[in-house]
Design a protein around this ligand. Structure first.
Ligand code: UDP
Length: 475
C-alpha cells in the first residue's frame, strides 16, 4: 500500500472564479466540514496514483480538503497482474462490455479476496475508529468489510456503470454485491448506474469535476503552448520565446523536457496542421482503434490540413490497466497498414508517465491547441477528457454514452454522436466544425460556461461534506 502525498490548496483560489452565492455555500460547508471532521481523517483508497480520471480528481479535491482544514489522506492499493486482470474484467463488465471474455468465478473471487486481505491489513493499521473512508471502484470493494471492522465509516464510490442491465453487468455486480453491501453509503456518477438492489437512502449521486488551476487545466499563453508542443517533439511550431516552465501540483515548478519519440513515427506535425484530438487511456472502451480506422476511412471528408492525434499514456506507466499495451499495439498495426498519405495525417502519441505533472501539462497544451476534440467512447463512466477541453473552450464531438450527455447539450455546448459506431457521422461533424470556425467558437464558449456552472470542484466538495455528514449522523 502506497500513500500519496497531498499538499494543501487554498479554497480561495477556486473562489475567485465563482459567483458570490457559490462562494458562500462553499465557505459554509467548509466550516461544517471543519467541525464535523475535527479529529478525524478522511481516507481515500483507489488503485492508481496516476493515469485516469479518479487519480486526476483525488489529487485536486484532497488538496482543497486539506486547504479547508480537513485531514485528507490517500492510499493506493497494491495487487499482482492477475488481480488487475480480474478488476479490469469487472470494470469492462460493469460498462456492459465483455472485456477479455474471462470468468468471474470462485477462483477469481479467491484471488481477489487474498489481495484485498493483504491491503486491508495495512489500511486497517492506519485507519482509526472515528475516521471516514472513501473507497473507489471495484478494486477496493474487498476492503469495505475489513475497514468497517475498525469502527470507521465506509463509503464505496463507483465511477463506472452502463445504465443497462445485461448478462455482463449482472455477473460483475454478482461478484461485488456481498462485498460492498456492508458500506454505509454508495456513491455513483449518475442515477442510471445504481443497481436496483441498493437501498436508495444510502445512495448518493455525485458527478465528477475538474479543477481550473491544476496543471492539466491551468491557463496557457499561445506562445507557451507553441514552445511546449515544439519542445516535446509533437508539433513543429515556432518557439516564439514561450515559456517551458509549468507549475507543479505540489507548488514547485517544472520545465518541459526535450522529448524524442513521443509520436510513434517521431515526426512532429506541421505547424499549420489543424488537430483533431482524442486523449484517452489505451482502453478498448475508449475506442482509439475505432477513431483511427474511422477517420482513415473517411479522410476525404476532411480538409487536407486536418490531422488526427490519438494521445494516451505511456503504457508502462499505468499499473492498474493491463489492456493498454494490446490496444496501443492494435492502433500501431492499423496505422502501419494505412497508405502513406493517410499515415502522414494520423498520429499516435504516448505521453511519458514518469513525471505526472509534465504529462498533465502536455495534455493541457494538446487540448488547447486542438481544433476539435473528439471522444468516441463505446462506454464511459463520465469522461473528464470531455470536461477538460470543454473548459478550455474547445468544440467537442463525443459519443452520447455514459456521462457524456450530462456534459454536452447537443448542438449547444458540443456535438453528440447518437451512434458511437457511426464514423461517417463523426468525421462529418468534425469537418463541419473545421469549415465553420465561428460555430466551433460558439460551441466552445458555451462548453466553457457549462463546465463553470456544473462541473467545478466547489459543487463536488459540498457534496462530499453532505455525504460525510450523512454517514456520521447515521451511526
Ligand atoms: N489522461 C492523462 N494523460 C493521458 C491520458 C489521459 O492525463 O495520457 C487523463 C485525462 O486528461 C483525464 C483522465 O486521464 O483527466 C481520464 O479520465 P476520464 O474520466 O476521461 O476516463 P477514465 O480514464 O477515468 O476512464
Amino acid at each position: 500500500m502506497q500513500e500519496v502525498r497531498i499538499d494543501a490548496a487554498p479554497l480561495e483560489r477556486l473562489e475567485h472564479l465563482l459567483p458570490p452565492a457559490r462562494v458562500e455555500i462553499l465557505e459554509r460547508n467548509a466550516a461544517l466540514a471543519r467541525s464535523l471532521l475535527a479529529g478525524r481523517t478522511i481516507w481515500n483508497l483507489n488503485s492508481t496514483a496516476q493515469g485516469g480520471g479518479v487519480a486526476e480528481m483525488l489529487q485536486v479535491l484532497l488538496a482543497y480538503g486539506r486547504g479547508a482544514g480537513v485531514n485528507t489522506r490517500w492510499l493506493v492499493l497494491e495487487g499482482d497482474p492477475e488481480f488487475f486482470v480480474i478488476t479490469k474484467r469487472m470494470h469492462n463488465m460493469l460498462h456492459g462490455a465483455r472485456g477479455d471474455g474471462g470468468n468471474l468465478g470462485p477462483r477469481q473471487l479467491g484471488h481477489y479476496l487474498e489481495v484485498s486481505r493483504t491491503n486491508a491489513k495495512v489500511a486497517a493499521s492506519m485507519v482509526g475508529p472515528d475516521d471516514v473512508v472513501l473507497l473507489h471502484d471495484p478494486q477496493t470493494a474487498g476492503l469495505v468489510e475489513p475497514l468497517r471492522a475498525t469502527g470507521a465509516r465506509v463509503a464505496w464510490r463507483c465511477h463506472v456503470g452502463s445504465g443497462m442491465v445485461t448478462e455482463e453487468t449482472e455477473k460483475a455486480w454478482g461478484f461485488l454485491r456481498s462485498l460492498i453491501e456492508p458500506a454505509e453509503a454508495f456513491v455513483f456518477s449518475r442515477p442510471s448506474y445504481v443497481p436496483a438492489w441498493l437501498p436508495p437512502d444510502r445512495v448518493r449521486i455525485i458527478a465528477p469535476s475538474i479543477d481550473p488551476f491544476s496543471t492539466k487545466n491551468a491557463e496557457m499563453e499561445p506562445a507557451e503552448i507553441g514552445a511546449t508542443l515544439r519542445q516535446a517533439g509533437l508539433v513543429d511550431l515556432p518557439a516564439d520565446g514561450g515559456s517551458l516552465v509549468f507549475a507543479r501540483r505540489q507548488g514547485s515548478t517544472g520545465t518541459v523536457r526535450a522529448h524524442r519519440g513521443l509520436l510513434l513515427d517521431d515526426t512532429p506535425l506541421p505547424a499549420d496542421a489543424r488537430i483533431i484530438l482524442q486523449v484517452s487511456r489505451w482502453d478498448r472502451l475508449k475506442d482509439m482503434t475505432g477513431v483511427l480506422s474511422g477517420v482513415a476511412a473517411n479522410l476525404d471528408l476532411l480538409p487536407e490540413d486536418a490531422h488526427l492525434v490519438l494521445a494516451g499514456p505511456d503504457v508502462l506507466g499505468v499499473s492498474d490497466d493491463p489492456e493498454g499495451a494490446a490496444v496501443l499495439e492494435t492502433c500501431r498495426s492499423l496505422r502501419d497498414q494505412l497508405p502513406e498519405g493517410a499515415r502522414r495525417r494520423i498520429h499516435l502519441c504516448c505521453l511519458p508517465m514518469d513525471d505526472v505533472d509534465e504529462n498533465a501539462h502536455l495534455v493541457n497544451a494538446l487540448q488547447r491547441h486542438a481544433a476539435v476534440v473528439v471522444q468516441k467512447s463505446l462506454a464511459e463512466g463520465f469522461g473528464l477528457t470531455v470536461t477538460e477541453p470543454m473548459w478550455k473552450g474547445r468544440p467537442v464531438v463525443a459519443a452520447a454514452v455514459g456521462g457524456i450527455p450530462d456534459q454536452i447539450e447537443d448542438g449547444i455546448s458540443g456535438i453528440l454522436l447518437r451512434d458511437p459506431a457511426d464514423t461517417v457521422a463523426l468525421t462529418k461533424a468534425v469537418a463541419e466544425l473545421l469549415a465553420d470556425p465561428a460555430r466551433a467558437a460558439a460551441l466552445g464558449a458555451a462548453a466553457h460556461d457549462r463546465v463553470r456552472d456544473y462541473f467545478l470542484g466547489d459543487r463536488h466538495l459540498v457534496q462530499w461534506v453532505q455525504l460525510f455528514d450523512g454517514v456520521l449522523r447515521a451511526t
